[in-house]
Design a protein around this ligand. Structure first.
Ligand SMILES: Cc1ncc(COP(=O)(O)O)c(C=O)c1O
Length: 375
């Protein structure tokens, strides 16, 4: 009855723990900001809902929004225009549209391990093979260029890069950025660059692939940057030829992005930088607090992540991360098991610090007592 490809993908390990947790649990599990979206976004959405904008819009998104996005991206490449921008139903739909357009059954796509939960299952869903590439803690979770070279075969069509990374928080260096571009050009494959955390970089610099659309497709989202994950809106940037294919594909996946939501984002986008400037110092303080508390738990060690909003500690208990996350959830704190992000995520937990400092302190205290009890 159910297709093989549907049976071949498991439910997301992040959602499983979230859904088993009791009501009132401290949520350090989901990657969503606890801030309200900017006032301008909320006001614009109210207006869009009352002014009759309930019709289908263009498949690629409203031209006004595409132009606005392109004008902001000009800083990275002066050749980006609205024709390089596709408004999507969030990065989730955008990534599926890219896979549908780039990958044939049997093709290979290199995906980070540990890496975000969509990259490998989405490949399975289009009949392609996800080939994990290792991100090791001892190398600051940076890809190893010679290992990548070895993994490329004639079937490799693309590599997924996610910087700042979910779950590790790592931000790629200039050298890695350049190395990935060289690799993609030499071996004739596309970089699918998931940059949804581009605005959450604390003590390093974000390198975007938006200036290299000859070999890259950039995935962006408003879920994080405007704190609107439930609005389901984001965008892709690609060269014109690919963008037309992606737009054609989007029709079959989504028809078009939601019109009132696009109008609200168009009104709010000019205020994004101000919003980020307000919340980033708060996120930075939370980041430091969470990492310092985690490092006080015996057997836990956690690097200070440079970007995104996750801490990804390693632990030395002899217990799979899923069982540990379940025990912690039973004690009232939601986290994500490292195994949800790939084989190399095992023996790690992922905690989101997009939560109040009070929740972070109380939550990590609970984690400490669960670990003490288990040890
Ligand atoms: C790395 C990464 N990519 C994509 C997404 C999906 O974003 P969206 O809400 O725009 O679908 C997430 C959400 O957490 C993410 O962490």
């Amino acid at each position: 009855m159910v297709s093989k490809r549907s049976m071949d993908v498991r439910p997301s390990g992040i959602r499983e723990i979230f859904e088993m947790a009791a009501e009132g649990a401290i949520n350090l599990g989901l990657g969503e900001l606890d801030f309200d979206p900017p006032e301008e976004a909320r006001e614009a959405l109210k207006k869009a809902c009352t002014s009759g904008s309930s019709k289908y819009g263009p498949t690629s998104g409203l031209m006004e929004l595409r132009e606005l996005i392109a004008s902001k991206e000009i800083a990275h490449s002066n050749s980006i225009t609205a024709k390089n921008v596709l408004v999507t139903g969030g990065a989730t739909e955008g990534i599926m549209a890219i896979y549908q357009v780039l990958l044939d059954p049997g093709d290979e796509v290199l995906v980070p391990d540990p890496g975000f939960v969509l990259y490998a299952p989405d490949a399975t869903l289009v009949g392609a093979r996800p080939i994990p590439y290792a991100l090791r803690e001892e190398s600051d979770f940076m890809p190893n260029m010679s290992e990548l070279q070895e993994l490329v075969t004639p079937k490799t069509k693309a590599i997924v890069v996610n910087s700042p990374s979910n779950p590790t928080g790592a931000v790629i260096s200039k050298e890695v950025f350049g190395g990935l571009l060289d690799l993609a050009r030499d071996r004739r494959m596309m970089i699918i660059s998931d940059e949804v955390y581009e605005d959450f970089v604390y003590d390093s610099k974000h390198f975007t692939f938006a200036g290299d659309l000859d070999v890259s497709i950039v995935v962006s989202s408003f879920s994080k940057s405007l704190a609107v994950p439930g609005w389901r809106i984001g965008y892709l940037m690609a060269n014109e030829e690919l963008l037309n294919e992606l737009s054609k594909m989007q029709y079959y996946l989504l028809a078009c992005p939601a019109t009132p939501i696009q109008q609200a984002v168009t009104a709010a986008l000019p205020y994004k930088d101000k919003f980020i400037a307000r919340i980033l110092p708060i996120m930075d303080a939370r980041r430091r607090r969470m990492v310092s508390l985690l490092n006080k738990i015996p057997g836990f060690s956690c690097m200070l992540p440079s970007g995104a909003f996750y801490a990804f500690p390693r632990y030395d208990l002899d217990m799979p991360s899923r069982e540990l996350a379940e025990a912690i959830a039973r004690a009232g704190v939601i986290s994500s098991p490292g195994s949800a992000f790939g084989l190399l995520g095992e023996r790690h937990l992922r905690f989101s610090y997009a939560a109040s400092e009070d929740d972070i302190s109380r939550g990590i205290e609970v984690v400490g007592s669960v670990v003490e009890h288990l040890a």
